[in-house]
Design a protein. Structure first.
Length: 247
């Protein structure tokens, strides 16, 4: 099968299509049928798209809402089936501080809010006063006290600082979203923060801002999209000055 696929890929007509722009559904499949190659299909009830930040977030929410039953099987048994919450044992037993209560105990006491439609990875730390809804949080991430994560995806090993607010946002691996009570960081409206990025306290990203990996966004900077930040030059171009309080 692999040899056949390689031979097909080397066909001059197909090479020409690749130069012009080869879409799998619009170009490649019709070409295979026209050339007499056997094309099989597998029926499915629903399709998800991960091509854009908006599609990725929407598909993630649909999975958590139970619209992709086969994907739910990969998440394992839920912590709360009625509210569709998945928290593994390793995370339920995580403590805040050496002598702090476990996540399970703090959830029972109402110290924080999780759900509905939430999936937490292994060894995730969630601080008191945090609020999580319709989101997926990767392994070993930390959600600090009073942070809000809603309709978002948090990458593995990421740190979401205290009082930070994420809404319709994606963070990459080991992103550091620093935040303070008096200077909360906000990432909202289909923004994406790349792997190992650092956002200083008070940063505000809104409206399809894409931060490339391993970049630092200085404290208090406001970026309103759509814009893509690959370096300091784009950072300055997209930045707008935060409003100053009147004396």
């Amino acid at each position: 099968m692999t040899r056949c696929a390689r031979e097909i890929a080397m066909r001059p007509a197909l090479q020409k299509l690749r130069v012009q722009g080869l879409d799998f559904g619009r170009d490649f499949l019709p070409w295979l049928v026209a050339q007499g190659y056997p094309v099989s299909h597998w029926p499915c009830a629903r399709l998800g798209d991960l091509g854009t930040i908006a599609d990725y977030l929407a598909t993630t929410r649909d999975v958590l809402r139970g619209l992709f039953p086969s994907a739910l099987e990969l998440l394992g048994p839920p912590y709360d089936a009625g509210s569709r919450i998945w928290i593994p044992r390793e995370t339920l037993e995580m403590r805040v501080g050496k002598r702090g209560a476990t996540l399970a105990a703090r959830l029972n006491a109402g110290a924080l809010e999780i759900g509905p439609n939430v999936r937490l990875g292994r060894y995730v730390v969630v601080g008191d006063g945090a609020r999580l809804g319709e989101c997926s949080v990767g392994d070993e991430a930390e959600i600090s006290p009073r942070a809000t994560v809603y309709r978002s995806v948090v990458g593995e090993g990421s740190l979401i600082g205290p009082h930070a607010r994420l809404s319709e946002a994606v963070t990459g691996l080991m992103s550091d979203i620093r935040s303070l009570g008096e200077r909360p960081t906000v990432v909202e409206k289909r923004c994406a923060v790349g792997d190992e990025c650092l956002l200083e306290p008070g940063v505000h990203l809104s409206g399809r801002v894409y931060i490339h990996p391993r970049l630092r966004v200085p404290a208090g900077m406001v970026l309103r999209g759509p814009c893509e930040v690959a370096g300091s030059q784009q950072l300055d171009q997209c930045a707008s000055r935060p409003r100053r309080k009147r004396d």
